[in-house]
Structures are given as structure tokens and as C-alpha cells.
Design a binder for this molecule. Structure first.
Ligand SMILES: CC(=O)SCCNC(=O)CCNC(=O)[C@H](O)C(C)(C)COP(=O)(O)OP(=O)(O)OC[C@H]1O[C@@H](n2cnc3c(N)ncnc32)[C@H](O)[C@@H]1OP(=O)(O)O
Ligand SMILES: O=C([O-])CC(=O)C(=O)O
Length: 373
């Protein structure tokens, strides 16, 4: 069943063209450059999908190996950026850290011409995990970590920096899947932010910095953190059921449920849910996964609202020992590919994005002298 797309929030209005993904079209639900998300999550590593999104086709074995080597070589951080990160307080939100880190990188390694767009994007892809973990470990553990690891993938690099040891094969695999699921999603709020910025012919770092700000909110990427804060309150599935019903009676919004485009399911949910279950078994968990499943059934039964990509990401990340406040930054490490590809697409066929507003203010009037107001 297709969702009725109309009303506020530009819902249902075509605001531009894209060849990058389809969201909520009949059939598979989500495709990147024509490939079904399920097939990509089953068969690919994240770096293959990043290559697909950014460069237009799936890499050969040789191209993938070259790309991964190139990304590995760019994990280091300039000293000036490390100094900025060291000055950001421990209680800052990591999304704000990443926003500042991206912006500072744009000062140090400015994109001077659009011919550099692929290179500056690959650099961000390589070093965003370093930025977030360098700050996190410095501010929380008081250590200056070495960010240049030889880990095979972006997900493993992130977990290695965070935990100070190489991740298990299972955890590296889940990171591949998670980063693939989050990589691209058509004209969502953060991507649209990036495209609006790109349409002024601004630089890549400005587009990505703005997009990070848009992703941060709980109605968008921030929902994975909010979902974790929800499920950790419950002591059992029965407790979850009762408190969820109370929240619904109070008309509270439940983060991690519903979607602007999908009508009755988000195709990313069943994929991350399976991995969350596997991680739950590995961790010997007998609470969080069961609680999450109960929330899912209550929301469907009571409201016909379904889990979006964020809901089961919360438990999955928790099982891998990732602190809740780093959940949305992981989303950034992945969605960067979609944002940058949209910036490139916008630049290739640009007209400044400038919609109109329906005026609802005062009729024309004259300015009274200040003593008469
Ligand atoms: C990766 C992502 O960014 S996925 C989205 C992550 N965001 C969240 O999980 C936040 C929670 N969800 C929401 O706020 C919304 O579902 C959004 C922002 C995702 C989509 O918003 P909209 O397109 O405006 O929602 P939609 O039109 O389907 O809402 C229909 C009704 O369901 C309600 N509703 C929608 N989602 C929820 C929810 N999660 N909890 C409770 N009620 C909800 C709305 O309030 C609305 O009720 P109303 O008509 O009485 O106002
Ligand atoms: O498409 C949207 O509105 C939000 C979303 O799921 C995403 O950006 O992944």
C-alpha cells in the first residue's frame, strides 16, 4: 500500500532528480543505483557500496582492493585538527564534534575546485572514524590514540579505535551491513540540506557540515540514540508493553518508528533486526532484544506504526559495546557517501534551489516613530 504523500513538509513534491536511489517504490522498497538493498547487504562490503554510490558502478576485485588501500592511507589527522578536538569538552554531543571536525578539515584541506570532489570525499570517508574516536578517547579516557590502523574496513577501524582492540569477524560484518543500510536515502532532510548548500556552488565540506547538523535531530538520524534511551528504561517485555501503552495514551512520539515515505515497513528494518538478534545471542542477552521486539509488536498492533532503520540499530550497536551517544556519528560515517554523491549530482546539473513561501504576515504598513510604539 502506497503512503498518501501530501501536506506540510514538502511531502510528495518532486524537488529535483536523482539517479542514486529509489525509496518506497513498488517492489524492493530501496535500491542504490538499481541494486536492491537486501542484495547489497547480503553480498557486499561497505567500501563496495561506497564506491558504487560515489563512482557510479560496483568495483571489480582489483578496484575494491585499490580503493580500500587508498582509504586506509588517509586515516591520519592533521595536528591542528587534533588540537581542536582536544579542546572540545567531554560533555559535548559527538555529532557536534563531528560537525566541528568536518568544518575544521575544510579549513585545513579546502576543496579549491570541483575537480577535487571525489578526493575530498574519500578523505572524509577515511578520517571521520578517526575524528570521532580521537575526541572520544581523549575526552573520556585521557589518551591520545594512534588513529592510523591497518584494519581492513572502515567499520573495523572505528571499532578498533573505540575499544583499543581489533573487532571480531561478526562485529566487523555487522558494521558492513549497518553502514550499507545507512548509506543513501534519496531526498531525506539531511541530504536535501546538502543539496541546497551545493546549489549555491559552495564547497563540499560546507555541504557535509550542514548535513551533519540536519541529521542530528531526533526526528531524523538522532532517532537511533533516542530509541536506545527508550528501550533501556524497560525491565521486561511486559514492562515495555505497559509503558509503551502509557506513552501512546499521552500521545508521545516514539522514536525509531514511522517514516515520511514508507507506508507499512522500512526494508532496512528486517535486515538490521536479524543481525541484532544474532548479536543478542552472542552477548547472552535476555532482555534488550526481547524488549525491542515487544515494542515493535505494540506499535504495530496499536498504531500500525513500524520500526524504521533506526530502531533495531539501537540494540545492535549496544550489543557491540558502542556508547549510545556515538550511534548517530556512525550514521554520518556512512551517509557521507550519499550526501557527497548528491552534491556531485546537484553540481552536474545545477540551478540554485530557491522555493517560494506563502506569505501569512501583516498587510503592508508604515513604520511608526520609535516613541509612538
Ligand atoms: C533514518 C531516519 O531518519 S528514519 C526516521 C527517524 N525518525 C524517527 O524515528 C522519529 C519518530 N518518527 C516520526 O517522528 C515520524 O514518523 C517521521 C518524522 C519519521 C515522519 O513524519 P511524518 O511523515 O510527518 O509522519 P506521518 O505523516 O506518517 O504521521 C502520521 C501520524 O502518525 C503519528 N506518528 C508518526 N510517527 C510516530 C511515532 N514514531 N510515534 C507516535 N506517533 C507517530 C504522527 O504524529 C501523525 O499523527 P497525527 O496525524 O495525529 O499528527
Ligand atoms: O528518508 C527519510 O526521510 C529518512 C530516512 O529514512 C533516511 O534518511 O535514511
Amino acid at each position: 500500500m502506497a503512503k498518501q504523500l501530501s501536506g506540510a513538509g514538502l511531502r510528495g513534491q518532486v524537488a529535483g532528480k536523482t539517479a542514486l536511489s529509489t525509496v518506497g517504490k513498488s517492489g524492493s522498497g530501496l535500491t542504490y543505483r538499481g541494486y536492491d538493498i537486501k542484495d547489497l547487504a547480503d553480498q557486499c562490503q561497505f567500501e563496495e557500496v561506497a564506491y558504487l554510490i560515489l563512482k557510479g558502478q560496483l568495483p571489480t576485485q582489483h578496484e575494491l582492493a585499490q580503493y580500500k588501500t587508498q582509504l586506509k592511507q588517509q586515516r591520519g589527522l592533521p595536528q591542528a585538527l587534533k588540537e581542536v578536538l582536544e579542546r572540545i569538552p567531554k560533555d559535548a554531543h559527538p555529532m557536534d564534534v563531528l560537525r566541528t571536525g568536518c568544518s575544521m578539515l575544510g579549513n585545513l584541506e579546502t576543496e579549491h575546485a570541483f575537480t577535487e570532489q571525489q578526493a575530498v570525499t574519500d578523505r572524509m570517508l577515511a578520517c571521520f572514524p578517526s575524528i570521532i574516536c580521537y575526541w572520544y578517547r581523549f575526552s573520556h579516557d585521557g589518551v591520545r590514540i594512534e588513529v592510523e590502523t591497518d584494519d581492513d574496513s572502515i567499520g573495523a577501524h572505528f571499532l578498533h579505535l573505540l575499544h583499543g582492540k581489533k573487532p571480531s569477524a561478526l562485529h566487523e560484518q555487522v558494521m558492513h551491513v549497518s553502514l550499507i543500510l545507512y548509506a543513501e536515502h534519496e531526498f531525506n532532510a539531511s541530504t536535501f540540506t546538502a543539496r541546497v548548500c551545493a546549489s549555491t556552488l559552495s564547497d563540499m565540506h560546507s555541504c557535509i557540515t550542514g548535513a551533519i547538523g540536519s541529521l542530528r535531530g531526533p526526528l531524523h538520524g538522532g532517532a537511533n540514540e533516542a530509541a536506545m534511551e527508550l528501550i533501556e528504561q524497560f525491565s521486561s517485555p511486559e514492562d515495555a508493553e505497559q509503558k509503551m501503552l502509557e506513552k501512546l495514551a499521552r500521545k508521545e512520539k516514539i522514536m525509531g518508528f514511522g517514516h515520511a515515505i514508507y507506508a507499512d515497513s522500512d526494508p532496512r528494518n528486517e535486515i538490521i533486526k536479524q543481525w541484532s538478534e544474532k548479536l543478542s545471542e552472542e552477548a547472552g542477552d535476555d532482555l534488550l532484544y526481547a524488549v525491542s521486539e515487544r515494542c515493535e509488536s505494540v506499535m504495530w498492533r496499536e498504531k500500525k506504526l513500524f520500526c524504521n532503520a533506526d530502531f533495531f540499530h539501537a540494540s545492535a550497536y549496544n550489543f557491540m559495546g558502542i556508547p549510545t551517544k556515538l550511534f548517530t556519528p556512525i550514521f554520518v560515517m556512512s551517509r557521507l557517501t550519499g550526501w557527497a554523491a548528491h552534491v556531485m549530482e546537484q553540481r552536474a546539473d545545477n540551478r540554485i534551489i530557491r522555493p517560494s513561501a506563502e506569505y501569512t504576515g501583516e498587510a503592508p504598513r508604515s513604520v511608526p516613530a520609535i516613541e509612538q510604539r
